[in-house]
Ligand binder design. Sequence first.
Ligand SMILES: Nc1ncnc2c1ncn2[C@@H]1O[C@H](COP(=O)(O)OP(=O)(O)OP(=O)(O)O)[C@@H](O)[C@H]1O
Length: 283
Amino acid sequence: MISLQQLHYCYKSSKPVLSNISLRLEPGKIYGLLGKNGVGKTTLMQIIAGLLFPQKGTVQVNERTPSKREPAFLQDVFLLPEAFTVPNLTIAQYKRLYAPFYAHFDENAFEQHLKDFSLPNKGSLRDFSHGQQKKILISFALATKAKVILMDEPTNGLDIPSKRQFRKIIAGAFLDNQTYIISTHQVKDLDMLIDDVIVMDDTQVIFNQPIAHITERMLFKQVLNLSEEAPQHILYSEGSIKGHVVALANTTGIPSRMDVEFFFNTLMANKPAVLQLFHTSNN
Ligand SMILES: Nc1ncnc2c1ncn2[C@@H]1O[C@H](COP(=O)(O)OP(=O)(O)OP(=O)(O)O)[C@@H](O)[C@H]1O
């Protein structure tokens, strides 16, 4: 369980990046963390990982305070950063050096993930391409079986087959006692993977809902003419080759199919109307 209460954070002498953030994240869920560039996604993940310390508010991760960086906390949290440089080690040396920090590290799972990504289990990390290095680190992250796994833009730099493989590996590796938080602009890469969507905007978390709630309350569809829909139900639309893609208030009572990217665009374009849909219903 991750619990943030009235969290504030600012870098030295700059304006706040995070203000008054309260959030509760449960085990057994994969959260997609979305937001425009510079909104504070990485900062938030670094606070949860105990790498940055908030000026105000409290953070609890599995009932521990990340900033204390106790061994019992560190062995159960893994942050895969967006930018990284690998040490001058072979895969085997890397595993020997870092796996012991994670009490539940699963060597077989590590080997299997490497195989699933079509990577060898030997060789010097620096001799691999950046995309391959990323896949090695993703494989390592998942093999730690840490209760909290934070991934910052994990699919950036991955080729198209690897992105599909990423979704498959995550879906297979995820355990009920884990919480994954995946920050990404490659929203399509999270399709069918995430349970809940968190959206940050202007120093705040403005949205945190399960996909199931979104698809109950919103409908995403293709129409030839916007006039096919009641104007009061149209939340947002984009022109497409076949007419328009629209996001509507779901008045059918039947859950729709989720399009995370289109949902995000709708929320950014029409915050009050989208947020109203969720505030007026029993969550
Ligand atoms: N070390 C730092 N010192 C000062 N300001 C910083 C530092 N790191 C980030 N910032 C600022 O904090 C804000 C949030 O940055 P952060 O990297 O958390 O955003 P983000 O949502 O992850 O962005 P992106 O989607 O572009 O990766 C930005 O305005 C950024 O310029």
